[in-house]
Design a protein around this ligand. Structure first.
Ligand code: OGA
Ligand code: NI
Length: 352
């Protein structure tokens, strides 16, 4: 990973640009017209909402819920989960500590400045290509699991409640993801343990995104179109500020967040393991002139050094393996070098 030693250019915090009060954005953030955010006129339907109240640990006996989850993952790659068992109080506290972090003075945040080697810490770009067009957002990236990668000293020391709250949040979401992964297995008509066994030792990390107010939101994006490289993502967004758009055929659907819900989506690794039964769908983030937006993307990933390909049970004469096996460590180098590029990577894995 030597090529990932450092950023190719001095890092500019988007929050500083926003706070400067400039009325135009630097050219570096101006997207080509075809990539700019738009709200499609037909943007009325929403992604499915799935009630998880009846999803117990005994997922094999939760047929209706499993079917709803599996249908959403087959047709949309996305759903909003309600009654998911994580307390709204914890969700609110987690958002508040992270909002507190991004509102600290810049020199306090700079102590955690990240590099492309591990991406851990305070960052403002994804990808190391010189002169790339950048996204209008800052973020903080950290690990929960495996425990050898979890390091509290790399998490913000301020606000004072952040580390403890973040620990609690990580434990609650890991539990939720374990249950969802078992449900996804049943949804493929496999044993509940099938996907968890393929994941082996889970890798769990989080990217907290901060999208400052933008004076020319129509020219840029907070996060360019991408699919998530990992297993499954559980996203907590601001209840009142929209921004996330999900690709449906040729249009972009703006997600209208349901209060206290999580937005769950399939990542590339589950698309590969399921031999494309479940879809890892492109999404992007619009920014806003009136309001800043915070989101917490919790990534539930497979063990990073075992080669993953389609599950053996899902490969038949009628449906041969669509992907070649690759480790997640190798796989995620692509987005870490090139930045968000739609679905080009998982598409390129398709077996010839
Ligand atoms: C991500 C992501 C969406 C959002 O971090 O991968 O897609 O709404 N975030 O911030
Ligand atoms: Ni994403």
């Amino acid at each position: 990973m030597d090529c990932l030693r450092d950023w190719p250019e001095p890092v500019v915090r988007v929050q500083s640009l926003s706070d400067s009060g400039a009325t135009t954005i630097p050219d570096r953030y101006v997207k080509p017209p075809s990539e700019r955010a738009s709200v499609d006129p037909g943007d009325m339907v929403g992604i499915p909402v799935v009630d998880l109240a009846m999803l117990t640990d005994d997922v094999a006996n939760c047929e209706a819920t499993v079917t709803a989850i599996a249908d959403a993952c087959r047709h949309w790659g996305f759903f909003q989960a309600v009654n998911h068992g994580v307390s709204p109080g914890l969700m609110r506290r987690a958002r508040e500590v992270w909002r507190g972090f991004f509102h600290l003075p810049m020199e306090e945040k700079q102590r955690y400045a990240n590099s492309p080697k591990t991406y851990e810490g305070y960052g403002s770009r994804l990808g190391i290509e010189k002169a790339a067009v950048l996204d209008w957002g800052d973020y903080f990236f950290l690990h929960f699991l495996p425990s050898c990668l979890m390091d509290h000293d790399k998490w913000p020391a301020l606000p004072p409640a952040l580390r403890e709250t973040n620990d609690e949040y990580g434990a609650a979401l890991t539990k939720l993801c374990r249950r969802l992964l078992r449900a996804l297995s049943i949804g493929l008509r496999l044993d509940a343990a099938c996907l968890p066994v393929a994941f082996d030792d889970e890798g769990v990390c989080m990217r907290v995104n901060f999208y400052p107010r933008c004076p020319q939101p129509e020219l840029t994006l907070g996060l360019s179109a991408h699919s998530d490289p990992g297993g499954m993502t559980v996203l907590l967004v601001d209840d009142h500020v929209t921004g996330l758009q999900v690709r449906k055929n040729d249009s972009w659907i703006t997600v209208q967040p349901v209060p206290d819900a999580f937005i769950v989506n399939v990542g590339d690794q589950i698309q590969v393991l399921s031999n494309a039964a479940y879809k890892s769908v492109e999404h992007r983030v619009m920014v806003n002139a009136a309001a800043e937006r915070l989101s917490m993307a919790f990534f539930y990933n497979p063990k990073s050094d075992v080669p993953l390909g389609p599950l053996r049970e899902l490969v038949t004469c009628d449906r041969p393996a669509l992907y070649q096996a690759m480790t997640f460590d190798e796989y995620r180098l692509y987005i870490r070098k090139k930045g968000p590029r739609g679905k080009s990577q998982v598409n390129s894995l398709e077996a010839a």
